[in-house]
Structures are given as C-alpha cells and as structure tokens.
Design a protein around this ligand. Structure first.
Ligand SMILES: [Zn+2]
Length: 399
C-alpha cells in the first residue's frame, strides 16, 4: 500500500514488516455531539483498518479521548455536570453514533486522565535534556532550544516562526503568559487552578497539556515508533508538530511516525464544520432518514485528502448507490454454470488497486458499482459473493 505522508509531501510505500501495522488516531474532546467531520475521520480509518486486516495484516489501532481539558471544564461549569460525568456521557453518545455507522472500536480506546504516569515520565526526560522548564508548577516545552522544531508545520503549509505563532494563537495558545520564555512555548503540564481537578506530579498537582497526551499514549500502547499517525488536517500544527518534538526527544527514536496521514475537513456551504461556527450536520440527524450504509457511502465517496462540502443531493445519490449495492447482493443467484467468475475477479483487482493507491475510496466504490451492474444482468453467484466480501471490507453491511 502507498499513502501520502504529510511530512515528506509525497506518496510513500507503507512498509508492512511482518504484516504488522500500528495506527494511532487523535480522538475527540468529549463535550459535544458527533458531526460529519468526526464521522468522516472515523469511517476512513475504520475502513483502512478493515482493509489492512482483510489483506492479512495484524493491525494495532489506538485512539485517545481527551477527557480533561479547558473546553470540558468550561462546559462542566456552564452545565453544572461534573467534568468526568460529562466526559463519560458525551463519549458514550459519540461511540453510539459511531457504532450505528458500523465503526469498529480501536484495540485501545484510552482516556487521557488514566495515563498521566507515562506523560510525567516523558516530561521528566525533556526536562533532563534542557528542552523544558518549570515555572510555578507549570512545565513548558522550550521551542527555541529545539532546532528541529516545526518541520511538519513547514511541510503542511504553516511556514516559519511568525506563521506558527499566529496559527497557535488562533488555536488556543496564550502568547502573553508571563511564565513563558518564548510566546510559542507550549504547556506540558499545568498547575491546578481553583476548583479544577488535579493529578499528582513532581511539580505539584495539576493536569497535562494536550499535546503530551498523544505522545505518551502512542508510546505506551504502540511503542516508540508508529507506522501511521492519523487525525484531522487541522491537527498538523500545533498538535502533531508538538507531538513529534516531544516524542522524538523523550524516546530518542526518530522518526516518531513513518507516515502522517491527515484527513481533510468536511464543510457546509464551503465553510469548515465546527462547533464554534455552529454549522454542523450531525450523524444522529441523518440516521432517521438515511441508512448507515448510505452515510458510509457518502463519506467514502470522498478521497480522505480532499476537503468537501456536504450537500443533500450528494447524500441522496449516496443513498441510491447504497440501495443499488444492496439490491445486487440480494439477487437470486443464477443456477448452472457461472460465467461471471472472471468479472468478479476483475472487480476485486480494481478494488484493491484503488485502495493500495493512497486509499482512493471513491474509485473502490466505483469498482463495487460496476460489479453491482454486472450482477443485475448476470445474477452470477461468484459476483454476488465477491460484492458482499468487498463491500464488507469497507464496512458496508448491505443488509
Ligand atoms: Zn493527538
């Protein structure tokens, strides 16, 4: 298989040594409902995992839940619901939306609040190397001490320090924090504030920064190097850029990630779907009108690297394609000699070729559509069996 690596900005072979693949995907901060952007990311990686397993690979798949951060604590204050109760409730709602879309759970679905020990261990390693400093119970990463910082940001289009700082400020950085040596230095550990939950650390009670969570959880569950690290394209900077800096220095292993695989943003009327803008299409609003297969067909109908806008026309077309596939696998097989074996094999080859080439799921769906058209004429048992198998490989139930 070949996938586009955001760091090298080109399509690279996925080195499947001994048919083992490790995949880490940045998960949610559970304080709101599942929209199509979340569904897109989860269905893409779910289909990738299903496909790799179908091809005989052993895949280890980890996703995190950022169950403690500023957004959750703010929402907790607004609603009066304790932060952990709120996180557990929203996580369960999110998972039930994903289950409805036939998304398989990762092998490890890890809550940040359970993993502070590994985070502390890595922060201590960074402090020992002089790449971090402690101020009043807070710990910061010193970006100026790290000459390699920012390669992924540069590759991803956020070129140079000024650009990094402006982007970080838009995304929650506090440049005027008086404890910082440099406005771009980011938080590894933050001291407990009044009324906030805290975990013990060598620097006093507090809670981890967001970026160190993913460094720690991927090292703990997948080792010092992962084959594929995924997430939304909006995580390239600062989140993933900071993860590289922390992980490679704390573990001494480089590269931390073999292939950075980022999913493009889903838009509505040309504007990125986001909680802050309120322009969300929610999975649970679509499910009463459209089958899970129809929604998966809509999502897989878009290549993971291309931003796209949701439209009802596209949703209806996806539902038609899903119905067409379902109708084809429900055909009564023709009795007697099966003349459709060759076309079934051809469809299999087209399907594989599409997904091996940077996971071109729209082309894979097109191969399924062609096979379904064959079945309408042939009622070939071999083709029906093949369509069911290939569709299942990208998580379509067709039932
Ligand atoms: Zn992450």
């Amino acid at each position: 298989m070949r996938l586009f690596d955001t760091l090298r900005q080109q399509i690279e072979p996925l080195d499947m040594r001994d048919q083992q693949v490790s995949l880490y995907v940045c998960g949610i901060t559970p304080y709101d409902t599942t929209h199509l952007g979340h569904a897109f990311i989860n269905v893409i990686y779910d289909s990738l995992v299903r496909y790799l397993r179908w091809r005989g690979a052993t895949v280890r798949y980890v996703q995190n839940v950022t169950d403690i951060d500023d957004d959750i604590l703010r929402k907790s204050r607004e609603t009066g619901i304790p932060w952990d109760e709120l996180g557990a409730r929203e996580t369960e709602r999110y998972l039930s939306d994903l289950r409805a879309l036939n998304v398989v759970m990762p092998d490890h679905y890890v809550r940040a609040s359970d993993e502070t020990a590994m985070m502390i261990e890595m922060i201590e390693a960074l402090l020992t190397q002089g790449l971090a400093y402690v101020r009043d119970g807070w710990v910061y990463y010193a970006v100026r001490k790290d000459p390699g910082f920012g390669r992924l940001a540069d590759a991803g289009g956020y070129v140079g320090y000024d650009n990094w700082l402006a982007t970080a400020n838009e995304r929650g950085n506090f440049p005027d924090d008086p404890r910082k040596d440099d406005p771009l230095d980011f938080v590894l550990w933050q001291a407990q504030q009044p009324g906030e939950p805290a975990w013990p650390s060598p620097w006093g009670p507090g809670r981890p920064g967001w970026h160190i969570e993913c460094s720690a959880m991927s090292v703990k569950y997948l080792g010092k190097q992962v084959d594929i690290h995924g997430g939304g394209a909006d995580l390239v900077f600062p989140h993933h850029t900071c993860e590289i800096a922390q992980s490679e220095h704390a573990t001494g292993v480089s590269p931390f990630v073999r292939i950075w695989m980022h999913c493009a943003m889903v838009e509505l009327d040309g504007v990125k779907m986001s909680k802050s803008l309120g322009n969300l299409v929610l999975v649970r609003d679509l499910l009463p009108d459209y089958s899970p297969d129809a929604i998966r067909v809509l999502l897989l109908g878009h290549h993971y690297r291309a931003a796209w806008s949701y439209t009802e026309d596209d949703m209806r077309a996806a539902a038609e394609l899903a119905a067409h596939l379902k109708q084809a696998v429900s055909a009564t097989p023709h009795e007697g000699e099966d003349t459709g074996v060759e076309a079934a094999q051809q469809a299999r080859l087209e399907f594989i070729a599409a997904l091996e080439n940077d996971f071109q799921s729209p082309q894979a769906l097109a191969a399924l559509n062609r096979l379904a058209k064959h079945i309408c004429a042939s009622h070939s048992a071999a083709q029906i069996t093949m369509l069911r198998e290939l569709a299942g490989t990208v998580g379509l139930r067709l039932d």
